[in-house]
Design a protein around this ligand. Sequence first.
Ligand SMILES: O=C(O)[C@H](O)[C@@H](O)[C@H](O)[C@H](O)COP(=O)(O)O
Length: 295
Amino acid sequence: MQIGMIGLGRMGGNMAQRLRDNGHEVIGYDHSPDRRDVASLPELVERLAAPRAVWVMVPAGEPTRATITELSGLLSEGDIVVDGGNSHYLDDRHHAEELGARGIGFVDVGVSGGVWGRENGYALMAGGEAEHIDRVRPIFDALKPTGDFGFVHAGGVGAGHYTKMVHNGIEYGMMQSFAEGYELLAASDIVHDVPGTFRSWKEGTVIRSWLLDLLVRALDDDADLSAIKGYAEDSGEGRWTVQAAVDHAVPLPVITAALYARFASRQEESQAMKVVAALRNQFGGHAVAKEDPAG
Ligand SMILES: O=C(O)[C@H](O)[C@@H](O)[C@H](O)[C@H](O)COP(=O)(O)O
């Protein structure tokens, strides 16, 4: 089928390519002139045959909101918009209403697979009305991995991004768990082959997984990760997972700790630990490590 793809970066560009490889016609728009087929959203809409399908793959938040608002003024009744970015699930309801008021359908889709998706397929988590999902089913079928898994119609509008948010919360917890195990193995002088230990775990163990495979790959490149700083950003979904857990009063100790570990990784100096050191000194006379006055 024919689809418009807005956003041809690392995710959108690879997805467009996978769709083309599977025989679909993709007309792409991106801010960057060297990636795009059309120079503007009006031109994209003009090039698509009605009823149109447009996949939005731009950063979550304002860029997605602005794109969908512009599309709502350009598209017509019977067209459909898919938001495949990492949007907050509460934005989806607003987008469905904004587009629905003009008879335009909306589907939210969480997309997992990163830079490997083009080759391996993307896991897709969709939210919206069945009728809208069915309209873009051939696109989902081409993007997902071959076989029985990798696609779910999780529920109504917002369910796709809610599901992806929880997926990413789990991702945080699993990554942190491998990270802590790595540090503890490396801290001992009993284990002589830390990369080899992880490699051996790839088969047969309870913890074999794609994340483990990727860790082994990273350790193959750099056995003690000496070229990488212990600093980790976050894009939002981990925070939203923790916020949703508070809203639902669901205890999420592992995922919350994993998120906080990333915050801690960005601090050169911990104000909180200065307070702990100062208080130990105050009540117990315990020594404090002093800042170097020369800096
Ligand atoms: O399933 C995936 O493919 C990943 O979860 C991906 O969607 C994620 O957005 C970022 O690659 C990392 O997210 P953080 O910056 O929050 O770690």
